[in-house]
Write a protein that binds this ligand. Sequence first.
Ligand code: GLN
Length: 485
Amino acid sequence: MINSSLPELSAALAARKVSAIELAMLFLDRIDRLNPGLNAFIALDRERTLAQAKAADATLAAGTAGPLTGIPLAHKDIFCTKGWRTSCGSRMLENFISPYDAHVVEKLTDAGMVTLGKLNMDEFAMGSSNETSYFGPVKNPWDSSRVPGGSSGGSAAAIAARLAPAATGTDTGGSIRQPAALCGLTGLKPTYGVVSRYGMIAFASSLDQAGPMAKSAEDCALLLTAMAGFDTRDSTSLERPAENYSRDLERPLTGLRIGLPQEFFGEGMDADVRAAVETALAEYRKLGATTVEVSLPNSGLSVPAYYVIAPAEASSNLSRFDGVRYGYRAPEYGDLNDMYSKSRAQGFGAEVKRRILIGTYVLSHGYYDAYYLKAQKIRRLIAADFQKAFESCDVIMGPTSPSVAFAFGAKSADPVQMYLSDIYTISTNLAGLPGMSLPCGFGANNMPVGLQIIGRWFGEAKMLQAAHQYQKATDWHTRMPGGLS
Ligand code: GLN
């Protein structure tokens, strides 16, 4: 059961081979047993979970179940979840119980899914290794001396260890794709605006997107179909007809044109990652696809542009945490200003403070034009590069991460090294394009390698088709870390 796909779980529930309660208990028991060694879950509420499972069983009995009814999943702790603590990995929100559900949580709950708990993450989604969480690092289930990636590291570790069949994640610069790659999973960041950001704690609003993380593309397609959709509560939510993201999964790949950006295959990618990606591309050619070289000449500027734009937006978004309305307030302070500064000094961790300082600086009078405005111009050039590249291909492929999962502490002392972990994922967010990662083999120390697929705007169904056809021909996505059963 723990290795089953979502359609398999759904079939087992429909055939009464298992009840939603039994399924929830199976995963809750695994969480009890294995989470202490992983630190993926940071909030559990057995009663609430089982009450939802009971309701799902009633829906199943009534014959009104949908394809996700009764299937358990867990939410990244960035999503407001009614009645649950929603901490965003920060001391600032250590005691915040959300009074409402994020759009994504609402949609998945309405689809009958059962919430197993809330998942650890880098503080305010700032990080690539899960080492910035106030609640401590998450361990990679493939090797507990290594990071699971970030910021959705709790989501990735939970699925990889089979503590949950699926999870939500968010991706501002790579935080769904990079942890999916480092933990051997499939994860998808949708086109900006496809999934509502309502109730998702804001980091960099023009880049943030929620998406599914699971074992396979088939599972991600089902989840995305439930998560996506227009929402009046998010002004950047796109008003477009609903899509069934599973619709093209079974179509063969004959004639698919895969663009390979020369900039993604140059220096900087480890040899083991390159070997696995090249082998995957050979498999795609066997499946009927052709590859064509494309160029993204400004992609080298994506990390510097991102580290101006994202902190600028974060400095503004995080100004709401002032010790007044919600969140942490310093126990002792003098006047109002002292209360603000002590609450923020004590409530935020070092990486969050670094971003607030950078963001405030690049937005300040005198530096705005030199940094913020210039970064926005680069952003436009990066989007134009993709538009041009997509004239000669249907999807773009390359590595998700330049290396396999690294050891704890390997990059945490050097922010620039850490920031470079997202060198292949960030440009997608700057351009608003959809991207996904899927497992394509193993590299050094037997750690998983991720293949990245980037689609055209609204090209999710095509990316999922490309991923699913590959997953039908290979079995990387079915591999499970040893020693956890
Ligand atoms: N690692 C990147 C950062 O630290 C991206 C994070 C994300 O996508 N949330 O900002």
